[in-house]
Design a protein around this ligand. Sequence first.
Ligand code: SER
Length: 324
Amino acid sequence: MKTVVLIIGANGQLGSVLTESLQHKHGKDNVIASDLHQRKSFDGIFEVIDATDKVRIQNVVTKYNVTQIYHLAAILSAKGEENPLQTWDINMKTLFNVLEVSRLSNIERVFFPSSIAVFGEGAPLSQTPNDAYLDPATVYGISKAAGENWAQYYFLKYGLDIRSIRYPGVIGYQSLPGGGTTDYAVDIYHKAVLEQQFDCFLKEDATLPMIFMEDAIRATIELMEAPKENITVRTSYNIAGISFSPAEVVEEIRKLYPNFVVKYTPDFRQDIASRWPKSIDDTTAKKDWGWKPEFDLESITATMIQKLKQQYKIDSKSHNTLLL
Ligand code: SER
C-alpha cells in the first residue's frame, strides 16, 4: 500500500522540519501538510485544517487516501498556563479527533508527540526512567500524560498502531518554537549571532534535557519505521539527547562570542523547569528501536551559529533579516 502522510501542525517548530523530511522520504505528492493557516511559499500539498474540527480532518483523510497521521498541533507548557481550560480543551479535542478519524478510517500508523513535561515532582530528577510516576504540574503536561494513556487505550482496544516520543526541548535553526519553557535554548543562539544581550527567563543552573532538531526528526522517523513487534511501549518513549543549563550553553557560545552578555530574570517558567527532569533514561528506546543521539552541545552550538549567520545574512553585512 502506498504511504500517504498527513501532518497536522505542519507550521510549527517540529512540524515544518518534519514535513520536509517526510516529503523527501515519501515524495511531495504523498505528504499533506496542514495547519490553521496556509504557509506562504510552501512547496507541496497544503490544506488548512483546524484540528478541533473532526469533519475537516476526515474530509482531508478521505480526499487523499491518507494512511499515516502525524498529529503535532498542541499548546505548549508556558503558553498553556495563560488559559488552562482552553489549553486542555484544544490539546485533548484535537487528539480525540485524530484518534477517532484514525480508528474509523483504518489509518495504518499514527504519531503523537509527548514531552518531558509529563514528569513532575514524583519522578526522579536525574536519569528519569521511562516508567516513572507521572504527576505533571502544567496543563500541557497533564494533557500529554492523558494523551499517552489514550494512545495506549486506542492501541489496546482498537489495535490502532499509534507511536509516541517524549521530546526533550528541541533546538533547531530552521524554525522558531512558540510558548515553551525550553524555548530559551533556541532564542539564545539568535541573540548571540545578532550580537545582542540575552535576557534568560530561567536560572543559570536550570539544567534541562534537550535535543538537536536533526536528532529529534531522525528519532521520529526511526520510531515510525520500526517493526510493529519491536514497539513495547504504547504510552510514550523517553529519548535523551543532551542535558545542559543556561550557564553551560553561554559558556559554549562565549568560545565564539566572548563578549556575549546574558542577564538572568527567572519568571514563572523557572517554576515549570524546576519540576522537570534534568536528564532522561532512554534505555527502552535504545533497546526497542535502536535510538542513539548524535549531537552534543559543542556540535549543536557550532551548527546553530553557522546556520543562523547564513539566515541573518550576517556574512554579507546586509540587514539582519531572518530568512526563516
Ligand atoms: N519544549 C516543550 C515546552 O517547553 C516541552 O515539550 O513546552
